[in-house]
Ligand binder design. Structure first.
Ligand SMILES: [Zn+2]
Ligand SMILES: [Zn+2]
Length: 219
């Protein structure tokens, strides 16, 4: 089996990079998942909210794999994943959400009713958020991937230009390298703009999100 490593919470003030299980298509309560993908993480983040756990202000259990900001390449996909392909680059929001419950249909995906038995709302790598394994790791499983993950790609922009919400254009296939170049160019442009004016960088980011998702990302 392929190996994996992740940032594991040990106790207040202490985290460690440890060997962790390679992700399976299984939910924290043991249910098989066909609507997910395995992502090889290319970029992740330390969130301010991780500090609540790391500094011991929560009931986070030792052994929790942290990380809920995830961008990476799809390397395996479940049977029910229709529109993403192996090699696609996806960005995943902090929350896990089914996309089909009442709250999700009202776009309140932060309080999805189906991803955390304890209460509404689930997230990766976070205490009391359903037990989903975090993404400060080499590999992570992203469930319900087509309800929330954002495809970062030239084809995505093409789809928006052509206003084709359902059909994926033929050029969407086999463009992994181009996809990575687009992502790299974006970050390069952002670095330059940030150096010139952080305020302008915020505007560019918002515009990029609007182009990619057609709606502002409310995080
Ligand atoms: Zn966060
Ligand atoms: Zn839901």
């Amino acid at each position: 089996m392929a190996s994996n490593r992740g940032i594991v919470y040990i106790g207040p003030g202490k985290v460690e990079v440890q060997g962790i299980n390679y992700p399976k298509f299984v939910s924290p309560n043991g249910k098989e998942i066909d609507h997910g993908v395995i992502v090889r993480i290319l970029s992740t983040n330390i969130c301010g909210s991780d500090q609540h756990m790391v500094r011991g202000r929560t009931t986070a259990p030792p052994g929790l794999v942290l990380g809920h900001e995830i961008t990476g390449e799809v390397i395996e996909k479940g049977h029910d994943v229709e529109f993403l392909e192996i090699g696609d680059l996806v960005s995943v929001p902090f929350n896990v959400a089914c996309g089909r419950c009442r709250n999700c249909r009202e776009q309140k995906t932060g309080i999805c009713l189906n991803v955390n038995p304890a209460r509404p709302g689930g997230a990766y790598g976070y205490v009391d958020m359903g037990g989903w394994v975090g993404g400060q790791a080499e590999f992570v499983m992203v469930p319900y991937v087509e309800s929330l993950a954002v495809l970062i790609s030239a084809p995505c922009i093409w789809m928006i230009i052509t206003r084709s919400p359902v059909e994926r254009p033929p050029i969407a296939y086999g463009l992994t390298e181009l996809v990575k170049v687009v992502a790299l160019l974006r970050s390069l442009i952002l670095d330059i703009v940030t150096a010139v004016s952080p305020a302008l960088a915020g505007l560019v980011k918002a515009l990029y999100r609007f182009i990619i998702t057609e709606e502002p990302l409310l995080l």
